[in-house]
Design a protein around this ligand. Sequence first.
Ligand SMILES: NC(=O)c1ccc[n+]([C@@H]2O[C@H](COP(=O)([O-])OP(=O)(O)OC[C@H]3O[C@@H](n4cnc5c(N)ncnc54)[C@H](OP(=O)(O)O)[C@@H]3O)[C@@H](O)[C@H]2O)c1
Length: 245
Amino acid sequence: MSKGAVLILGARSDIGRAVARRFAAEGHPVQLAARNAQALEADRADFELRYRVPVTLHEFDALATEGHAAFVEGLPALPEIAVSSVGLMGQQDESERDGAAAARVIRSNFEGPASILAELANRFEARGHGTLVGISSVAGDRGRASNYVYGSAKAGFTAFLSGLRNRLAKKGVHVVTVLPGFVATQMTEGMDLPPRLTAQPDEVAQAISTAVGWGRDVIYVRPVWRLVMMVIRFMPERIFKRTRI
Ligand SMILES: NC(=O)c1ccc[n+]([C@@H]2O[C@H](COP(=O)([O-])OP(=O)(O)OC[C@H]3O[C@@H](n4cnc5c(N)ncnc54)[C@H](OP(=O)(O)O)[C@@H]3O)[C@@H](O)[C@H]2O)c1
């Protein structure tokens, strides 16, 4: 039986590209959606040649929410699986000084991804099957001084995914929340990340494929992060506010 198409939103991201490659290697047709999607032409040709699956490119801007319904209608087929890899870390100090910069971070991590997944969710619900995957972040588990604008947007996205899962669980639609921990990508380039806590994009892709196949709901890519975030989440506020983590 032929496999269902996988839509990757934010397909030019390091994680998005790894996820696309993974699903293509498993035999799924792939729809790559990104800003400046033409830049993915080499990936498209490579996946088609290597994995013998159809691959299409689609121009997509997560912030152009008014066009999201038309974007979904314009796809060659409603996908079976959709993965949002869209995100923007921004600079915390810039977000503190500049409201427009903060809004861009909040909209790119929350409003935009939530808007497109909502469009897909309604169509998956009407059809009666499908899987939505949202890449959120452990940064959303508790706001910290060093990145709370990004973290709060991810917290909103995590809550959105939770509600969507709760709503659609009885409708045949599965929602996966991905909390990757640190990942070695363009987003974290130049940061001094602890190797034990840092995954590679391929690991994230493998974890997503497994979570989709097994019907898992919320995944921490490296299991150690579940423990790390439990400690951070349950730390009393009077201690937490004195920390620099
Ligand atoms: N790296 C980490 O440590 C880490 C940890 C936790 C979660 N994450 C999440 O993982 C996801 C992928 O990130 P990454 O690490 O692979 O970093 P990345 O390469 O910087 O990926 C972010 C992607 O989001 C896309 N994007 C941003 N705004 C967009 C918009 N308005 N419309 C369409 N696409 C937009 C960017 O597109 P352009 O290429 O056009 O700029 C870029 O491809 C993000 O959601 C990120 O928050 C990453």
